[in-house]
Design a protein around this ligand. Structure first.
Ligand SMILES: [Zn+2]
Length: 341
């Protein structure tokens, strides 16, 4: 009888955990995704080119969001901590760029140097708080050409607002006593379009030790529909989930089967795929450091890197569903007993 009762209790706990995560996942809001993206991808942000005044407006907007929702500033500054991690980029003739790891004051002032910043918000965990999950997206895009704005609603406004919304919801869960066991670091990277430079800088100067960083879930374009899926839109491309941790891959599949039921397409997963997607967004800098990653991606559409990558073409229902898949996966990674192997 006692044994039976114990199993019953386990079952009740499992069901209540499932109800809890579903409760919070359901609060991921289309209205929030839409209003944040409408701002970030508006013409007034002029394509969020790294180093531009408008990129800094976007950075301030994301930092304010973190602050309003109770995320911690974790970058140590002179007197107080900051949400911004400043860094410098050297621009060469022919528009090549490279990140500067230890520039002197004199080097920073050079005309060919671009000053920019990553933005991050930290949510401290409970009994496993030393271990950190990263949820990332890049908020920069490619600016303007001949006065025409490249709004970058999908690339990567969609990932940025999904990350912001997850930060809000995880923080809300914590306020209600259901905060994650592991800590979560939410990062909006700059310099991605110049060659993954924000994440390159981050892994060189991490704010929490890389050895304690258990995973990076990186979102880069999740608001549109690939040419091949126009009539069956409930899908997402996953890249890299099985490369460093088989447990991560299994956990990701399991959460999708249990909750979101999207078609998980691994067409781009091979490292020898001609498009080389595994190497093409910020997760790769974590993967290089042997940190398990998943890259969430919606595929190809004619507006990629065009001025027509606009908010009115985003499928917000689908964006929310994909954000929920990332959320369930993140919840599981942050709360499970063992570290990913
Ligand atoms: Zn992108």
């Amino acid at each position: 009888m006692k044994k039976y009762f114990f199993f019953l209790l386990l079952l009740v706990n499992a069901v209540s955990d499932e109800l809890t995560v579903t409760y919070f996942a359901e609060t991921i809001s289309i209205a929030n995704l839409q209003s944040n993206l409408t701002f970030l991808a508006s013409d007034s942000l002029r394509g969020r080119l790294t180093g531009s005044k408008e990129q800094k407006i976007a950075a301030a907007f994301i930092a304010k969001h973190f602050q309003e929702h109770g995320l911690e500033a974790i970058v140590s500054g002179d007197t107080t901590n900051s949400y911004f991690q400043p860094f410098y980029i050297k621009q060469y003739f022919g528009k090549q760029h490279s990140v500067m790891l230890n520039p002197t004051d004199k080097m920073r002032r050079a005309k060919s140097v671009i000053a920019t910043e990553n933005v991050m918000g930290f949510l401290e965990g409970t009994d496993k708080k030393e271990e950190v999950l990263v949820i990332s997206a890049h908020y920069d895009h490619i600016g303007t050409k001949n006065g025409i704005v490249f709004n970058g609603a999908d690339d990567d406004g969609s990932g940025t607002v999904a990350m912001m919304e997850m930060a809000r919801v995880f923080s809300e869960a914590k306020k209600q006593g259901r905060g994650p066991r592991r800590s979560i670091l939410f990062i909006a990277f700059a310099g991605e379009e110049f060659g993954l430079l924000g994440s390159e800088y981050y892994v060189a100067k991490p704010v929490v030790p890389l050895k304690n960083t258990v995973c990076d879930l990186n979102i880069d374009m999740i608001g549109r529909i690939d040419n091949a899926y126009l009539d069956k839109k409930e899908y997402i491309f996953l890249i890299g989930s099985d490369k460093i941790s088989q447990e991560l891959h299994a956990l990701s599949e399991h959460n999708n089967e249990l909750y979101t039921k999207l078609t998980l397409d691994y067409s781009y997963n091979s490292e020898s795929h001609p498009q080389q997607l595994y190497y093409r967004s910020d997760h790769y800098n974590f993967a290089k450091n042997h940190i398990p990653i998943i890259f969430y991606f919606d595929g190809e559409h004619p507006d990629y890197h065009q001025p027509t990558d606009d908010v009115d073409k985003i499928d917000f229902g689908l964006l929310r569903k994909r954000a929920q898949l990332v959320f369930y996966t993140a919840w599981d990674i942050a709360n499970r007993e063992g570290t990913l192997k």
